[in-house]
Design a protein around this ligand. Structure first.
Ligand SMILES: [Mn+2]
Length: 435
């Protein structure tokens, strides 16, 4: 049962921002997987955020200039023969009452009505996602409407991304969203603990992927929020390693970056642990550097701090640690200046998290790094990756470590949504020894 009021409040905010503009939005298209079968359907995040609608074949027009029908949903009409194959569809009346629309119409009427709505709009807002067919169609219609403007003097000036309004809204999570994100985090946290308890040399990377993804679904999630990364040994040093086919070898570290999507919201967790349950000295040395940086950055995260300040602290601590253990030479200042750290740490400290795992919203405002505010959720995920081809001391080769948690900014500081997954060496070793 969807709480239509949540989406109504969001549309009200959107309508204020639209001014004379009109939002003409299309749901995500279905994607063919092979021949006549499709990938599991997932709604476009912006479309979902404003409507709560998760089925394929939909569109909507949010038009403040239409006093009677400010919010019109366009959906697939009922068709018993097709519904037997793909699932029951709501009637137009039930669509209106379920989603709080002012009217629901056949999707076949969408394009013509979009054209009409454009004629009285100041600016036309639409989704600029991967659905290029929709965007070309919108441009065609805009061109047609602009021709008339020559004579009438009215009409839209241009096409703008709905993201320019909605992504800023999505950056601030309401209580409803935070509850869903906590649930996604909890399911994912449990799955990480299961993976640690399952790991042993001789299994394959995919065995750990399997137990985790099984738990994502068992826990009520839709499945992975992004392609699961389970990398052992040198594979852990490849940032987006997703093959997950290798044997887990004794003495390897296992890096797992995997998390569930729950009710459209993503979690994003990385943990790294020794395959056999005991850290070697070299593994412990690098791990401590990453963990120390990660904990310090979490400690600092709170209202008033900028995203850049978190990254600067992260980089400083990682570099100091890498110099300390002999992974890098020179003073920390020199290493930061000459960027030699980039051999081992080559990504940012984190990213926004929400409906999308790499959630939308700007990291910079007016050319300056964004100041954190309550309701923002993002990851903190320092890492050190020493691949076997690098110039590091022998003992460090083939060790990749990342530790990632999901952080909600609160009035007083922050809340770590994923703190229930062990990350202290003693905790990890204890959990693995007990299984
Ligand atoms: Mn991440």
């Amino acid at each position: 049962m969807i709480d239509k009021n949540i989406y109504h409040i969001r549309r009200e905010k959107l309508i204020k921002a639209l001014g004379q503009g009109v939002a003409i939005l299309k749901g995500a298209p279905e994607q063919v997987r092979s021949n006549d079968t499709e990938y599991p359907y997932r709604q476009d995040s912006d479309f979902f955020y404003l409507t709560g609608y998760t089925d394929p074949g939909a569109a909507c027009i949010i038009n403040p200039n239409d006093k009677e029908h400010a919010f019109t949903m366009y959906v697939l009409p009922q068709d018993p023969k097709k519904e037997v194959w793909t699932g029951w569809r709501l009637s137009f009346d039930d669509t209106v009452s379920t989603y709080g629309a002012d009217q629901a119409l056949d999707i076949a009427e969408f394009e013509a009505n979009a054209l009409t709505a454009m004629k009285t709009a100041g600016t036309v807002y639409t989704n600029l996602n991967h659905d290029k067919d929709h965007q070309y169609k919108m441009l065609d219609q805009l061109r047609a409407v602009r021709k008339e403007v020559q004579r009438t003097g009215g009409g839209p000036e241009g096409l703008e991304s709905i993201g320019s309004i909605v992504h800023e809204m999505r950056l601030f999570k309401d209580q409803h969203e935070i509850a869903l994100m906590q649930k996604a985090a909890d399911i994912s946290a449990d799955a990480h603990k299961i993976a640690m308890q399952t790991s042993k040399p001789g299994l394959h990377e995919y065995h750990l992927q399997a137990v985790m993804e099984s738990h994502f679904v068992y826990g009520g999630g839709a499945g992975p929020a992004y392609t699961s990364i389970v990398g052992t040994g040198d594979n852990a040093t490849v940032l987006h390693y997703i093959k997950n086919r290798d044997v887990i070898k004794d003495g390897d570290m296992v890096l797992i970056d995997a998390a569930a999507e729950y009710e459209m919201y993503a979690a994003d967790i990385t943990r790294t642990f020794p395959a056999n349950g005991k850290f070697t000295e070299a593994q412990r040395a690098i791990y401590d550097v990453v963990l120390n940086a990660q904990k310090a950055v979490i400690e600092k995260a709170g209202p008033g701090v900028t995203f850049q300040e978190l990254h600067d602290l992260d980089l400083r601590l990682l570099v100091e640690g890498m110099v300390d253990i002999g992974l890098l030479t020179g003073t920390p200042d020199e290493v930061i200046e000459n960027a030699s750290y980039q051999e081992y740490f080559m990504h940012k400290t984190g990213h926004w998290l929400g409906l999308d795992v790499h959630d939308l919203g700007n990291y910079m405002l007016n050319g300056k790094s964004r100041v954190l505010e309550p309701g923002m959720v993002f990851t903190i995920e320092p890492g050190i990756y020493v691949n076997s081809k690098s110039n590091a001391p022998e003992k460090f080769l083939g060790i990749g470590i990342r530790i990632e948690d999901d952080i909600l900014i609160t009035e007083s500081g922050n809340k770590n949504l994923t703190e229930s997954v062990p990350k202290e060496i003693t905790e990890i070793e204890a959990l693995m020894a007990a299984s």
